[in-house]
Design a protein around this ligand. Sequence first.
Ligand code: 6GU
Length: 242
Amino acid sequence: MRIDVLTIFPEYLAPLELSLIGKARRDGLVDLHVHDLRNWTHDRHRTVDDTPLGGGAGMVMKPEPWAEAFAAVRAEGQAALGADTEPVIIFPNPAGTPFAQATAQEWSECEWLVLACGRYEGIDERVYEHLADIGCEIHLASLGDYVLNGGEVAVLAITEAVVRLVPGVVGNAESLVEESHSDGLLEYPLYTRPARWEDPAGVVREAPAILLSGDHGRIAAWRREQSLERTRQRRPDLLDEA
Ligand code: 6GU
């Protein structure tokens, strides 16, 4: 999978060198490129924003650097992947559709993602119109109902959620099956040794005896019950869908 990130803060994406994503890159499973949007400005101050037409607070990202950046990144990606390959373009945006595990699964099956980080109040609307006009598949995705300063943190989250689903990235593929949200429910509680633990307050805490029983059928049923109960308490909204 190829991923291109467009941002005015390339340093913000430094964590993509680390841990699971860093290893996936070194293993050749993910070809990830971070680009500075200001490379596609032409004035002395490398300006990417201007005041909103019609007035109002804050600044809006100008269309020209974005259009030039997409054209350049598209050509670079097509040189690597083939001239008929098109990227799926994702704009993290608090006004987008909710990003969820099913979205991560879909995008993990894409050959090429371009993640475009907006800043300030947002990007000039004509950028989206232009990309749609030239036949690009574009998505606006939100992490949840709160506002971040820009798309960079959202891109870290989206990239991690997507890349870990790319085949070969997570060593034990079974761990992707049992985790929260993979079946629409929250994950059951987990325990490890020691089965009998005296906590720092002197309270003896035993792991549920059923987990020591060796009866895999009853353990699976218990875990399902726990998942359902936990989901009912914390996320009743998920139960209606599951
Ligand atoms: Cl994807 N972007 C920004 N700027 N804020 C957000 C968000 C995304 N998701 C929730 N808040």
